[in-house]
Design a protein around this ligand. Sequence first.
Ligand SMILES: [Zn+2]
Length: 293
Amino acid sequence: MEAGGDNDKNQSFRERLNQSLSFSEWPVKELDGLKLTTSPLLSRQEGLVHAFTTRHGGSCPSPFDNFNLGRSVGDDKVKESALKNRQRLCRALKIDHDRLHVPGQVHSGHVVKVDGGSHDLAGVDGLATASKNLPVLLHFADCVPVMIYEPELKLLSIVHAGWRGTAQSIAVMGVERLKELGGDPRRMLAAVGPAIGTCCYPTGLDVVEKLMATVNPSGSPAVDKLARKGLVEERQGQPRPNLKAINALQLLNQGLAQVDVSEFCTSCRPELFYSHRQSGGITGRQGAVGCLV
Ligand SMILES: [Zn+2]
């Protein structure tokens, strides 16, 4: 069979691009005094418990108020309250805090498989697992949380994609690890959670170039033109890449059929989310947590 022509390829890229740009409204619900948001797509799946946390629920002092989960920010008091918040989150979701896996997160492209054995998770920005009752938690304050679920084999990956991780296609690394566990990208479903939006993310041209290369690995000039038009806004002479959509498109390019992207911009909603940019850099961390059950 002959491969489709350039026009066909451009057309299917255009469809994936449009899909990556169609964000959805995610509900915020209260659970045991916490406010959590969830992906409507992943909520419909059996075999997975998941949530994206907000600032609401704990008792962390300002500027980390209230439900900070990050233990790399603040003093000992903040770290102690983050531990309590993690325990509280696990209790609310009925998952086992003692088995919680939390990677170090250094803006790398490394995604590691975990099965409950001993794993060195320093320098790691994504986890993948086939193990039930092995909760996975990653932290965010503007960077993009990506959760990938394979419903047939029951596999889960969560990755941390700031611009550096996105430039290293860390979401694709999550897909790769799930493929190693037997997963098929065509069955995988993904959620791209609350993160900084185009509205609040002016950046340098060098960043844009690195990001654009990830959605157009063949370097086609026609695809590049389409991608830039859809994924980069230009305001006051500064480009603003759409990090959430770029991650979604990386996944759709891998053959995933559905990626559910939250419309929440963390920087636009400081009452609900921690934002590195909006806060000037000193703030807490919300979490993306998932567990196969
Ligand atoms: Zn915004």
